[in-house]
Every structure is written in C-alpha cells, then in structure tokens.
Design a binder for this molecule. Sequence first.
Ligand code: G3I
Length: 342
Amino acid sequence: LGMRHDLYIGTAVDMAALNDPADPQYRQLVGSQFSSVTAENVMKWESLEPTRGTYNWGPADQLIAYAKQNNQRVRGHVLVWHNQLPGWLTTGVADGSIDTAELRDILRNHITTVVKHFKGKIWQWDVVNEAVSDPWDNPPALHYKGFWAQHLGPGYVADAFRWARAADPNALLFYNDYNIEAFGSGNPADDKTQFVYDMVKRLRATGVPIDGVGSQGHLGTQYGNYDTLQVADALERFGDLGLATAFTEVDVRSQMTPGVQAGDSNEINPRLQASAANYSVLLQACLLSRHCLSFTVWGFTDRHSWIPGWFDNPPEGLATLYDENYQPKRAYQTVKADLIFA
Ligand code: G3I
C-alpha cells in the first residue's frame, strides 16, 4: 500500500503479535505494507506507568525502533484518555487520597514526561482522546464526558495541549475521536461532529496549540453509511480552521450471522463488499482533502483485531483488510486501487 507518497498509510500495532515468533507474517506485513504505525496499547497510561513513578518504556521504545528501521512515521497514542488508566490513579482519586490539585499536577507531569521521552520521534500525538459524549449518552445533550472532565472540568483539554507543546514543539498535536466522520443533522444538540468542530475552533481562537483533528473511522456495515463527498466536506471544514486531519483508527465491522463460518463465502461476500466500500469512502475523502495527512487502520488482519472481543453480542468481526490467514480481502484490493489511481 502507500502508492501516493504524500499520504501516509498506517496501522495500529499489537506488540504481542509483532513479537510472536509463531506469527512471522504479522511482523512482515507491518514492516512492508505501511508507512506509519501507532501503538495499539503500549503508549497508554496503564502500560507506561503501571506503578506510580515507575515507567515501563520498553515496548513503546521497541515499536519506535522498529518503525525507524522500516522508515515509518509514528503516531503517538494517547496522552489523555479516560480508559486504560493505571489502577493507582483511579483508586487514588476514588478514595480521596489524590485531590483535584494533585490530579492536575499528575496529568501535567504525565504529559511532560511522556512527550519528552519520545521527543523528536513522534509525528502526530493524540493529545486528548474521546472527550465528547455521544448523542445517545446520558445526559442527552452533548457534553464533555469521562474521568478528566468530571474531576478537572473541561479546561483540561486546553491545558493538555499547552503542556504537550511545551514538551515537544515539533510534534503535531491532535484531538482524536470517533463518530465525527461527517456533520449530521445540523441540529447542534445531537451533532457530535459539530460539537467537536466548535470545540477545536474555540481552542484555535484562544491560541491553544492544537494542530489537527483525528477522525477514528470505526464504521460498521450494518449502519447507515456515508458518502465520499460528505466525509470530504467534514475534513475540509476542519481544514478551513487551519487544522490538519487524519483518519486514525479505521475499521469496518460486520455482524456475524449465527452459524455462519468465516469461510462461507456466499454469506460473507456481501459483508466483505460493504466493508470495502466503506474503507473506500473514508480513503477517497482523505485523498480529496489536501489537509488529510494519514490514513491509519486499527489493525490490518482479522487475526488480531479488537472487534470480536469487544462486540460479542451479537458477534461482530471481519473488520480489517486481511482475513485471519493473512489473505488480502476485498477491502485491501479496493484500498490499493484507490491509492494507485489517486
Ligand atoms: O494486558 C492484558 C493482558 O495481560 C490480559 O491477558 C488480557 C486478557 O484479556 O487483557 C489485556 O488487556 C487488554 C488490552 O487491550 C491489551 O491487549 C484489555 O483486556 C483490553 O480491554 C484492551 O482493549 C483495547 C481497548 O482499546 C481498551 O480500551 C484494544 O486492544 C484497543 O484496540 C482499543 O483501542 C481503542 C483506542 O485506543 C481508542 N479508540 C477506540 C479503540 C477501540 O476501543
């Protein structure tokens, strides 16, 4: 992949799979098919600082060394998120032994330490991830959600970008979220893309150092699908604010009909087709928008994908470019053709 040399094509990398001697194809494909990598888990807080004050840099450093060897750029994921926080932090806040002032110091210290450690090696940082609720969340009006907003108030978003910039002035700083692929109803009360747009616009207007918006791109073939121009329009509108954009976590999952085996091509062909079409919509939109810097898939093989473990009732899967045996699927062919003809 990666024929158009100004668009980086990336994948999330599962370090256990990358290091598994029994699974050499995984490593071979990461190294040969992609021009950018993201750590699927090993740069998250619980992984970097499992015990307070003791950093575990090994796996993340290993990914960075691997990327360098293969001439790949690295997306840093993630500095501030409400998931995969270390137990000492969430417990300390819950039992009151960490108060608000200390929590703010801990966050500043985390961002500073991590960004400095990787200084010069990260192309784009996901500074703040998934800070905004979904229209179906409670309370129903869109709002700043999660651990950080709850304990520090929404001002943590601007703080996080300032601290990250101070630690590495050359990394591109991104806000990253899902369900922001297109503008929706036009009703601000249930349009998450509009809420994020207003947020980043305000951040820019007040001089907060934000450089980009990452649109995750977790889609499903059973949902209403987007068209290319609608997605390109959203990218353009972020671009008009002076922001770069990127697709950061693309996958397109399908519901698995009970009893259907993964090898049953009559059953799964329509899903594979629909999955390919959705990949193509996001990729073509990105190719159409000159501010769109990279297109990253969240895993590239159904052998190592977060989908089946997460969406198990009803079971979903088939979300990536290659099947469980590393055979390229329709989505792979479509993505490849889009890049060749771009
Ligand atoms: O590390 C333990 C391991 O020791 C244990 O044996 C194993 C047993 O289940 O669990 C391992 O932890 C798992 C971890 O991934 C590492 O593999 C967690 O249970 C599992 O919940 C965790 O899932 C990750 C998920 O984020 C959790 O928040 C997925 O791999 C990862 O793909 C997913 O990625 C997120 C992005 O960061 C942000 N956007 C959404 C995306 C999908 O949820």
